[in-house]
Design a protein around this ligand. Structure first.
Ligand code: SF4
Length: 371
């Protein structure tokens, strides 16, 4: 560990080539409690053991099955044969002056993922990754460099929160919020993402309230309908980033497959079905989508929709050509939306002195994965 200009950095150098092929064993963190109960039943063990096991996993946050001292040796062995206790190896840990901590974790097969802890007045929020890489290809995003390598299983997403919680245990603090906005498109790994939500929300697991969880999508329309039908009380965000089809297709190629008018219809369905408002994420890219004219167009697009707009001044991503919108112009954009009665905030920057934008740290440290 060394300290550099207020940034604490921990780093262990390993590369994908170092890694051996490893046997695929499911993670115990992928199981919902009812799935664990069913597994216990199938292995001639009483159902109540599920509560005990969950307590060891999520309250005591053990690292080996042998630590489950009120569970018989026989059951410990059965668990160890059937499941892994997913451990994520910390390759890099960067800490910003504002308290943001960015982790680059290594998975069992050598791939790497990013997880970020952000400090807010209202609590500690963890931004999780759902895929190794991403195939959506948003032009402003470093996470999509090198494409999609694989989906994460639910337990690998859960383990990110558990790992961050372990880091907070030392400070006597708790993870209170989770945002699914890290590397990957959550709706492109829909079933695992849904299991993840249900596990972290469960009171015997991490007990993170539904209203403290936010999932964000680039706009995979069929999954928006499916998610609406789940009728969860989770916060839902759409990465919109453009007020018209042409510009959105330029910034986000997914818009060619799932067009803006159809997307807005899906959003309306979501609101009708859940009664919840949605958040529109709007990254401001200098000279691209950040003029008053764009703000007017955006106001017209979302008129009458129960929503909130999050304006995100973009961080400069070296691999891409977008530049930052000047401060005055950001405020002007905000004022224009407010004039139309739209709820809008400018997102506070987290970790501006570290590799803050999604995918940047991985792109820098793991060039072989992101080529
Ligand atoms: S912004 Fe999200 S959906 Fe788009 S490429 Fe990046 S990770 Fe994928």
């Amino acid at each position: 560990m060394f300290t550099k200009a207020g940034v604490i950095v921990e780093k262990e150098v390993t590369t994908l080539e170092n890694k051996q092929e490893q046997k695929e064993i499911p993670s115990i963190y992928s199981l919902r409690i009812e799935e664990l109960e069913a597994w216990l039943k199938g292995n001639d063990e009483p159902k109540f053991r599920a509560n005990q096991i969950f307590e060891w996993l999520y309250s005591k946050r053990i690292s080996t099955f042998e630590e489950m001292t009120n569970v018989s040796k026989g059951l410990q062995e059965k668990l160890a044969n059937a499941f892994t206790l997913t451990t994520l190896k910390t390759i890099v840990k960067q800490e910003s002056k504002d308290g943001t901590i960015k982790f680059l974790f290594e998975l069992h097969d050598g791939y790497s993922i990013e997880t970020v802890l952000m400090r807010h007045d209202y609590g500690n929020s963890v931004c999780v990754t759902t895929q190794v890489g991403c195939r959506i290809g948003c032009t402003f995003c470093a996470s999509t460099l090198g494409g999609l390598k694989r989906n994460l299983e639910a337990g690998e997403i859960v383990a990110q929160v558990v790992n961050v919680q372990k880091a907070l245990d030392e400070k006597g603090e708790r993870v209170s919020h989770v945002v699914i906005m890290g590397i990957g498109e959550p709706f492109d790994n829909y079933d695992n993402m849904l299991s993840f939500l249900k596990i972290i929300n469960h009171d015997k697991a991490l007990n993170i309230g539904a209203r403290h969880i936010t999932v964000s999508t680039s706009g995979i329309i069929p999954k928006i309908y499916a998610f609406a039908d789940e009728q969860l009380q989770i916060n839902f965000a759409l990465s919109l980033h453009a007020p018209n089809t042409e510009l959105r297709s330029k910034l986000m190629p997914i818009n060619r497959a799932y067009k803006l008018p159809d997307l807005m219809e899906a959003i309306r369905y979501y609101i009708k079905k859940t009664g919840r408002r949605v958040s529109f994420e709007y990254g401001l890219f200098g000279g691209e989508n950040d003029s008053v004219m764009h703000a007017e167009e955006l106001a017209a697009l979302i008129k009458g929709i129960k929503c909130h707009v999050n304006l995100i001044p973009v961080n400069y991503v070296p691999e891409r050509n977008y530049v930052r919108t000047p401060k005055d112009q950001i405020f002007e954009f905000e004022r224009t939306l407010k004039k139309h009665g739209i709820n809008v905030t400018i997102r506070r920057e987290h970790g501006s002195d570290i590799d803050a934008a999604c995918g940047q740290l991985r792109a820098k440290e793991r060039k072989e994965e992101t080529k």
